[in-house]
Design a binder for this molecule. Structure first.
Ligand SMILES: [Zn+2]
Length: 298
């Protein structure tokens, strides 16, 4: 597809789904205007960028994520680093769809980064269920969303603030929060009454090989997700809690990307990153807990 053809297709997809949106400034309804921008009833306008995403931030933001980190995450996805975890999440969405039998499933990835988790899940679920499956990815990092839009044509991508999501109440059947912070008040508002929230968090052995280098002398060496689970359980009705652990073989290039994409390395002292790479680690432990919840009292 040519660049302008791609953009037109994206505008059409947005038009077909304009009812999902609401203005992040005035909460008014949104329509696609001339295939070029999203326009609310009070004339707040958000242009479709030529790469095919919409920036709906109401104030500029600075994030710690840079392009190198997102390149790293994309590469780790290609190395199937997240594969067993994503496969399990996909099964959970399919199970939900089988029970709910919706003609259309809307997925929100809240904190989509460079988009590869959502693109992969939308594709898997779409293959397995008798329903249209649309993914919408948001992230506060323009860098990430731009990569997502460049790499994927099937879903919608927005730069947006998790605290001011530019979407209508109950717009989504499934909300995904994968290794990313949550805003439970917004999740509650955005999730349909029969929908599910799926949150993936690290469990205690996640990246244990790196943790022992970066946190060798610190009490952060031991990681616990108990507080995160408690908060989830406090905000949503916890339906399922499942641990997924496995190890992945990495070549040195992949290991280098992993080291740079992990927040573990952000506060690292000089030399620690190199030290981690010099150790010649070839297997890395992935250890996640998947939490599934629904709205309380529904
Ligand atoms: Zn508005």
């Amino acid at each position: 597809m040519t660049k302008s053809g791609k953009l037109l297709a994206r505008a059409r997809l947005m038009e077909q789904n304009e009812s999902l949106f609401r203005c992040p400034i005035c909460h008014g309804e949104i329509k696609v205007d001339e295939g070029k921008s999203l326009l609310c009833t009070n004339a707040h306008r958000f242009d479709l960028a030529k790469q095919g995403y919409v920036n709906m931030l109401t104030a500029p933001s600075k994030t710690k994520y840079d392009k190198r980190m997102f390149d790293g995450r994309k590469m780790m996805n290609e190395a199937e680093f997240f594969e067993p975890m994503l496969s399990r999440v996909s099964e959970m969405i399919c199970q939900w769809q089988e029970a709910a039998s919706k003609p259309k499933v809307t997925l929100l990835d809240a904190g989509c980064g460079e988009g590869s988790h959502l693109a992969s899940l939308q594709e898997r679920v779409g293959r397995q269920v008798q329903a249209d499956v649309l993914g919408v990815g948001i992230d506060i990092s323009k860098e990430g969303v731009l990569m997502a839009a460049k790499n994927d044509d099937a879903n919608l991508w927005c730069v947006a603030d998790l605290a001011k999501c530019p979407f209508a109440d109950g717009a989504f059947n499934v909300i995904l929060s994968i290794l990313s912070p949550s805003n439970y008040a917004e999740f509650e508002r955005l999730l349909s009454d029969d929908g599910i929230l799926i949150k993936v968090i690290p469990d205690k052995d996640y990246l244990t090989e790196l943790r022992s280098v970066f946190y060798a002398e610190s009490d952060r060496r031991e990681y616990s997700n108990e507080q995160t689970i408690e908060l989830f359980d406090h905000s949503f009705e916890l339906l399922k809690q499942e641990r997924v652990s496995y190890s992945v073989r990495l070549n040195p290039v992949q290991l280098e990307y992993l080291v740079h994409m992990t927040p573990l390395s952000w506060g690292a002292a000089e030399g620690q990153t190199e030290q981690a790479l010099d150790l010649g680690i070839s297997e890395i432990t992935c250890d996640f807990t998947i939490l599934v919840g629904r709205k309380k009292n529904k």
